[in-house]
Design a protein around this ligand. Structure first.
Ligand code: ADP
Length: 494
């Protein structure tokens, strides 16, 4: 009998009013059922929003350092439970334990970072243009926030939002992805143990089109943070726009790694293997285009094929696995559709392009690391986000051309350049249109205390991570204190 999980609303665990549930299965072995989770309704979201609005009244008055203290305790609990959380995460979303440990570590780093931020949350003070007048500006919480997250970073992404949002004084209605409800439930347990009062964080499980849509539409929810696909992000943005809500969008990427002839080739090779096939290519920052200078193209491709062939595909809970399964059948079929399109449009598939065969793979959604060469920069597989282990290799003749190709997509999340030429490196940092730019490192590897997000269709100008996320989770309040004892009128000459 599969374990039964519940929503957490207003400080207690409860089933959905619908009485219905959905199953969560292990993508490496679909016979392994992790649990039954509530298939919630808009009525459940309403209960959660009411609880969060009620809790906001007192939570906003708790001093920010005390709110930070709860994050610190949560970080300590996560540290203690790190191995267990990583195992649960691997079981429900497939990436190898080495990576799920890193995902939990990102949550721990964010907890400790946010704990200390509770003692800063700096505002700005300026001189007044009038005499005997004091100008101050403070950050104040937004109110009830909705959080809609994807499955690929089940601990990192929720904590990037929840910890700073809580420290800033907000309360939450949280809807995790249908594929990773277990890790999200563990996070809620941790915050309860850390002493978070009831109603401050509410989790409502269920389908995006029902629970996610209800969060986006609920009048008590003042801000929505969304990470996921571009199509869904646009729906969320349209609804939030109509209702004048704050919205933070973190959507797709089509990230490129450029390799110049003067680069350290082994370093560049290790970089692309990790960037393209880490998390089975299922990261918004994954390297999905490799732009090679013609002078090193053929030799690099040859070595890349040899190294990629040696990557160990399998169940992420088994030691030594480097490439886990795809998250679900629908996504594997989507990858297959793109591989078909790549072939149809004339690119040459030199590795992979199929499911692995054998007993070890028969009950999982596995797909082989796949490499296309002769890819045209404007072809479908070079333009659209695939979200799988598919790498498109594009040839270039100069850095200028490589930068043009890099910028020729709708997205602008992450980029990477391998070179030893400092001038080329700085030029690329200046001219590549992305939110995150790496030199001599792969397109993946964000740190918790740095701003995270992208330009163009990747986002809408907000950033998660570090100090930048507080701009989303706070409003500014400007305060003028006039101690002159008479009426002073700003901007009036006499
Ligand atoms: P993916 O393809 O990675 O699953 P989605 O954008 O579909 O990306 O999902 C990201 C998150 O958005 C998930 O939690 C999902 O349930 C949620 N979601 C899906 N559809 C909607 C919607 N119409 N409104 C709000 N949230 C949604």
């Amino acid at each position: 009998m599969a374990q039964k999980f519940q929503n957490y609303i207003g400080g207690s665990w409860s089933d959905s009013g619908s009485g219905k549930t959905f199953e969560n299965r292990n993508p490496a072995n679909w016979e392994d059922i992790i649990g039954q989770f509530p298939l919630s309704t808009a009525a459940d979201v309403n209960s959660a929003a009411l609880a969060a609005a009620k809790a906001f009244k007192s939570w906003r008055l708790v001093p920010a350092p005390a709110r930070g203290e709860i994050c610190r305790k949560a970080g300590e609990i996560m540290l203690r439970r790190k191995e267990e959380i990583a195992a649960a995460m691997t079981r429900e979303m497939g990436k190898p334990l080495t990576e799920t440990r890193g995902d939990v570590q990102e949550g721990i780093d964010t907890a400790f970072y946010c704990a200390t931020e509770g003692r800063r949350l700096f505002g700005y003070n300026t001189p007044s243009e009038l005499s005997n007048k004091l100008n101050l500006s403070f950050r104040v919480p937004v109110g009830v926030c909705g959080l809609i997250t994807p499955w690929n970073f089940p601990m990192a992404i929720p904590t990037w939002n929840i910890f700073p949002g809580l420290v800033a004084g907000n309360t939450f209605v949280f809807k995790p992805a249908e594929d990773t409800p277990h890790t999200a439930s563990i996070l809620v347990e941790i915050l309860i143990e850390a002493g978070l009062p009831g109603g401050v964080l509410n989790i409502v499980h269920g389908a995006g089109e029902v629970v996610g849509a209800a969060i986006t539409e609920h009048p008590l929810i003042r801000a929505v943070s969304f990470t996921g696909s571009t199509n869904t992000g646009r729906i969320v943005a349209q609804t939030c726009g109509k209702l004048s809500k704050h919205v933070c969008l973190e959507m797709g990427g089509k990230n490129a790694q450029i390799v110049m002839p003067d680069a350290d080739m082994d370093l560049a090779l290790n970089g692309v293997l990790w960037g393209a096939f880490g998390t089975t290519g299922q990261r918004c920052t994954a390297t999905s285009r490799l732009i090679l200078h013609e002078a090193i193209h053929d030799s690099f491709v040859e070595k890349l094929i040899q190294r990629t062939q040696r990557l160990k595909i399998g169940d992420g809970s088994v030691d030594g696995t480097e490439v886990g399964p795809i998250i679900n059948e629908k996504q594997r079929e989507n990858i297959e559709r793109y591989v078909g399109l790549g072939k149809k449009e004339g690119a040459v598939c030199v590795l992979g392009g199929e499911r692995p065969e054998g007993e070890a793979f028969k009950n999982g959604w596995f797909y082989k690391p796949t490499i296309f060469i002769n890819v045209l920069p404007n072809s479908t597989i070079a333009q659209q986000e695939i979200f799988g282990p598919v790498l498109s290799v594009i040839k270039c003749t100069s850095l200028t051309e490589a930068i043009e190709i890099t910028n020729s997509v709708d997205y602008g999340l992450s980029s990477s350049l391998y070179t030893k030429n400092i001038n080329d490196a700085l030029l690329a940092v200046r001219d590549i249109e992305v939110g995150i730019s790496y030199i001599n490192a792969p397109t993946i590897g964000a740190e918790a205390h740095m701003p995270f997000g992208g330009v163009k269709s990747t986002g809408n100008g907000h950033r998660e991570g570090g100090w930048a996320v507080f701009d989303f989770y706070t409003e500014w309040k400007s305060v003028y204190i006039d101690y002159s004892g008479h009426l002073q009128r700003a901007q009036i000459d006499v």
